[in-house]
Write a protein that binds this ligand. Structure first.
Ligand code: FE2
Length: 263
């Protein structure tokens, strides 16, 4: 399956003055595209060749395939977290959950900013939902994704410098300030509603990561040569892993069908 760069949900200059067209041309048009091009190259002839993007993120061991798949998935998610009509405050159930778990929307923003400004180097800042129904703020380094950790992402901020250098140079705080003006709270609310209604799907993530076959494969295959050595055994693990998602109770989320052609 060829993973294609999906269309941005807005025009290149629609996020101005908070994110410029120049930034999107490089960030979306080069960085994101590059991750997909590399991924398509890397998965040729491997057990990952016919998997959807999120299935690769869930099953690939540490290494280039995971990095490019996760980075592509994270970027697709990030574009949807932004909107020219965004900003303001969340409404409805997600607003209540933020108030419940952080005390207030203002306290949530302070905590999110603290995480964004204290995280060293490149990565992503997430609002997530765990399997106990609690919201949390966390960071992942480089290409890592909460998908691979069994929690559900609701919102993300890309803190790689390529996300803000053209607009704010190295001033991450200015970029964060801009971010609050364009957060797509409707998308966050939709993710929250889906996560609550599809709990078995999230449990499947945890089961996948706890599977002994996965642990063995993770230990044995830190690069593609490891995967090749495992051969059909790895393919069998992948078949079992992906079959956990095939029943209707675990159908892929429609908002998560990022990058790639038809399954
Ligand atoms: Fe990025």
């Amino acid at each position: 399956m060829l993973h294609k760069l999906e269309k941005l949900p807005y025009d290149m200059d629609a996020l101005r003055p908070f994110i410029s067209k120049e930034t999107l041309l490089v960030h979306y048009g080069k960085h994101h595209r590059n991750n997909l091009d590399k991924l398509n190259e890397l998965i040729k002839g491997t057990v990952f060749e016919n998997l959807l993007l999120d299935q690769i993120v869930l099953t690939a061991p540490s290494g280039a395939i995971f990095n490019n798949a996760a980075q592509a998935w994270n970027h697709s998610f990030y574009w949807k977290c932004l909107s020219p009509a965004g900003g303001g405050v969340p409404r409805g159930a997600i607003a209540s959950a933020i108030q419940r778990d952080f005390g207030s929307f203002g306290a949530f923003k302070i905590e999110y900013a603290r995480k964004a400004l204290s995280t060293f180097g490149s990565g992503w800042i997430w609002l997530t939902l765990d399997d106990s129904g609690n919201l949390g703020i966390s960071s992942t380094q480089n290409a890592d994704s909460p998908l691979a950790r069994g929690v559900t992402p609701l919102l993300v901020l890309d803190i790689w410098e390529h996300a803000y250098y053209l607009d704010h140079q190295n001033n991450r705080a200015k970029y964060l300030e801009s971010f609050w003006h364009i957060v797509n709270w409707d998308f966050v609310a939709e993710n929250y509603a889906l996560a609550l209604s599809e709990r078995p799907f999230r449990i499947a993530h945890v089961r996948l990561k706890q599977a002994p076959e996965y642990a063995a494969r993770e230990a044995a295959a830190h690069d593609m040569s490891g995967i090749e050595k495992l051969g059909s055994g790895a393919a069998a693990v992948l078949r079992r892993a992906t079959s956990w998602r095939s029943p209707t109770a675990m159908r892929p989320r429609r908002s998560w069908a990022f990058g790639g052609g038809a399954p």
